[in-house]
Design a protein around this ligand. Sequence first.
Ligand code: F6R
Length: 262
Amino acid sequence: MEVVILADPAAVGSHTAELVARRAAETPDMVLGIATGSSPLGTYRELARLHAQGDVTFDGVRCFALDEYVGLPERHPASYALVVERELTTPLGLDPANVRTPDGSAADIQQACLDYEHALAASGGVDLQILGIGTNGHIGFNEPTSSLASRTRVKALSQQTRMDNARFFAKGEDVPTHCITQGLGTIMEAREIVLVAQGEAKAAAVAAAIEGPVSSMCPASLLQFHPRTRIVLDEAAASGLTLADYHRFVAEAKHHFPGGTR
Ligand code: F6R
């Protein structure tokens, strides 16, 4: 696990955007896994800036969102389908046919979960997955006690998550109770993962994910088993790490080893 600690949220956004842009240049038809929520917005806006400057193209990039609320009215502004359209598809010039979110309004919601798994498999799998982390350690909407082997499924949101996400809705009670989320087993199949976190509110979850035991009580801790994960943090999100200085040393010493250290 590579842990990168940067000064502030802006640095997290540009570092992560550079990584995504590099991968898109290397693999123009890559499959990009996308998180919604506020954590990756700096990254997406920096990618939009690079795209507007003509520095990077996403013409062939295929995207899969991690999750979607169940039961929101079509084109609700907080639906992840709309967030993805607003923050990614339009500003990055993605082909809408190449961008998928789980169908949270499907008549047969269980079938929609299976279809999503099939679509992911048919794409060849995710090359680079962008993740945020919930204050309770969730990734996607895999809440604490999720099966570490779970696949895309319907999941009940925890009270903590509903409170955290109330800011995206007019009223707290408008936050849906359920979602479709890629499972932890699904996410772990991505060939490369980058998790971004900013702010002190994430510090405890980040510390549990990186330094705690692997446990379904902190679903992000499963990433300790992933061979190619980078965690990109600002100072505030890194403030709970006991080994922060070690990670800074690793970052400084990295250029001595072509290909880096992990
Ligand atoms: C959203 C997702 C969630 C968020 C997490 C953090 O697609 O997968 O795991 O990344 O809830 O949300 P923010 O970034 O809004 O703090």
